[in-house]
Design a protein around this ligand. Sequence first.
Ligand SMILES: Nc1nc2c(ncn2[C@@H]2O[C@H](COP(=O)(O)OP(=O)(O)O)[C@@H](O)[C@H]2O)c(=O)[nH]1
Ligand SMILES: [Mg+2]
Length: 242
Amino acid sequence: MSFSDQAVGVDKRGNALLRGVTAIIPARNEERCIGEIIERTRPFCDEIVVVDGHSTDRTAEIARGFGDGVRVVTDNGKGKGDAVRVGAFAARYETVVYLDADGSHDPKDIPALVEPIKKGEADLVIGSRGRGGSDELHGDVEKLLRMIGSDVILIGINLRWKQSLTDSQNGFRAIRTEVMRSLDTKENITTIEQEMTMKALKKGFRVSETPTHEYARKYGESTIRLRRVWFRYIYSFLKYLI
Ligand SMILES: Nc1nc2c(ncn2[C@@H]2O[C@H](COP(=O)(O)OP(=O)(O)O)[C@@H](O)[C@H]2O)c(=O)[nH]1
Ligand SMILES: [Mg+2]
């Protein structure tokens, strides 16, 4: 039995929206949260693929313990972007939805992300923190610099492809599996999200967004260090802009 047989996610008219959805959860050393995230995600998809980033804790073991409907694959040890790509090729259903293993994303938002794809109105749907709010984007100098950088990139994307997006970076997003596979993504770190957004637009796919709230990571710390990645954000932005 797939999870969607017991799905609780339905649209306003009571139609099940969730058939054909693989939830992909990149996870590295998230043993404290991964079980809860899997549990909360199962009602909203047919299968879950946990992409383990060579965790040294019990992340993979906990995920495997769920058995049927939860598969664990291992990334190539290059970063979250690589994990996102590996997940897309491991998926068995026609729509994939990405969410983090740290409690930042609420699985209850999955139906809203998937709905425009199921209706044939979009190929990529980004969860917008601009419209849904974030507990992680504001409050210190590093976050301010991150905000400024991501806004500059966002404005560039909107101008280049005549869009009115409010978030080009959020990892919480749904995309048609074959579209994701066709984008030929190259980024190995979190620059994968802007690459995915830009390449989808460049290839003429329909990109839309839906408000989703970003919660503070439940345990531990973000692995992203601005001083190590800022150059890659600017370089890859310019590279895919042309
Ligand atoms: N498979 C895999 N997952 C990763 C890797 N790096 C981060 N993640 C996961 O990607 C998600 C987002 O990472 P996080 O450090 O919270 O980044 P932030 O939310 O942008 O601050 C979390 O679920 C992490 O466990 C990696 O190298 N491989
Ligand atoms: Mg996080």
